[in-house]
Design a binder for this molecule. Structure first.
Ligand SMILES: [Ca+2]
Ligand SMILES: [Ca+2]
Ligand SMILES: [Ca+2]
Length: 350
């Protein structure tokens, strides 16, 4: 009896040590180390990512200002820059004070020294001459070190603010395309623990072990695909009848009737296509058979080369669509996708 118990305990220990990882949390001034032990495979047990100071793999945390930043290298207009930051769950950066301006300058010098200036989240688009932040704060309340003679509203047409390498501000034309910086404050970081991502609107499904988000802003297939990637997810792929049933339920429950405008209803975009005209494949490169679901709707696919993008009728059956149509869509998120990021940040201790 005792032997069996001992054996069970031994097996259990082996199982835990096999499935667990140890991360160094902190070293005290006396040199004692504090570890966190996580029993895999589900790292969402790692509750409280804010405490771990992790937002997204593509953002850098700065201790001085207790916030995460990403310097975007693809140049965009001010409005598009603002929108892009929002899509990433962040906002267009402006500095609170000199400490933050210096800290961000440090990151900028270290990583993107080729940029002479970047867009920041300040404009006078709402009232000419009244500069305020993207979240409506007067510029007088924040870091507002204007360059000499600025803001000068040159040509009566400078409403969006750039930050220059010497940490001075200048008003510039909003339609010019510049690099920009997005910011997420640690203080405002909500962590979706079950889905292991910052976006709280992803819903965890216990049976499928995945997270999903029904997007209520209709987009064409390419934009929908990009939107899911920005959210560190992908256009949903159906891998089983159970998943199809769940996506039907998610679609049923989404408040679709509230959305007005010009878009195609009756189907939602999914992550498969035949854009290369060499057979239907998922965005992960597998055939529909390999992915586990081939439930085409009646007579579908019926569009030939005119309908190379994949969708699902609201009843769960597959349908080919023209990619330009604007439709609702569903993103799917694999939990654990960010594990490598956690490892990069903390280092695996054995
Ligand atoms: Ca100016
Ligand atoms: Ca799936
Ligand atoms: Ca069709």
């Amino acid at each position: 009896m005792c032997t069996i118990k001992a054996l069970t305990v031994l097996l259990l220990i082996q199982l835990i040590s096999h499935c667990s990882r140890k991360y160094l949390l902190k070293v005290s001034p006396f040199g004692t180390k504090e570890y966190i032990i996580i029993i895999a495979p589900n790292y969402s047990l790692l509750d409280g990512q804010p405490r771990q100071k992790f937002f997204r793999k593509d953002y850098t945390f700065l201790e001085d200002s207790q916030a995460f930043y990403k310097i975007h290298t693809i140049h965009k207009t001010w409005q598009d820059a603002k929108k892009r930051c929002q899509m990433e769950g962040a906002s267009l950066f402006y500095a609170e004070d000199e400490i933050e301006a210096d800290a961000v300058q440090g990151l900028w010098n270290k990583t993107q020294p080729q940029f002479a200036w970047v867009y920041v989240g300040i404009s006078d688009l709402l009232a000419k001459g009244v500069f305020e932040t993207v979240d409506g704060r007067p510029v007088l309340d924040i870091y507002n070190n204007w360059g000499q003679g600025e803001p000068n509203d040159a040509d009566g047409n400078e409403d969006c603010v750039i930050l220059r390498r010497d940490n001075t501000l200048n008003d510039d034309k909003c339609d010019r395309k510049y690099p920009f910086i997005c910011k997420k404050s640690l203080l405002y970081l909500d962590w979706n623990t079950l889905c292991d991502i910052p976006d709280p609107s992803y819903v965890f499904n216990k049976d499928l072990g995945k997270c999903y988000k029904f997007h209520l802003t209709p987009m064409n297939w390419t934009d929908a695909h990009a939107m899911c990637s920005i959210e560190q997810s992908y256009l949903a792929i159906i891998n089983s009848q159970a998943e199809a049933d769940y996506l039907v339920k998610v679609t049923e429950e989404a408040p679709k009737s509230k959305i007005k405008g010009n878009f195609l209803s009756g189907a939602v975009y999914l992550g498969y296509h035949n854009r290369d005209d060499d057979g239907w494949k998922t965005i992960k490169g597998t055939t529909l058979e390999e992915s586990g679901y081939t439930g085409w709707g009646n007579q579908q696919p019926d569009g030939g080369v005119n309908e190379p993008c994949g969708s699902m009728f609201y009843n769960g059956r597959l349908n080919d669509l023209g990619c330009h149509q604007k439709c609702f869509f569903i993103c799917e998120h694999d939990i654990g996708l960010l594990n490598s990021a956690v490892e990069e940040r903390f280092g695996v201790m054995e």
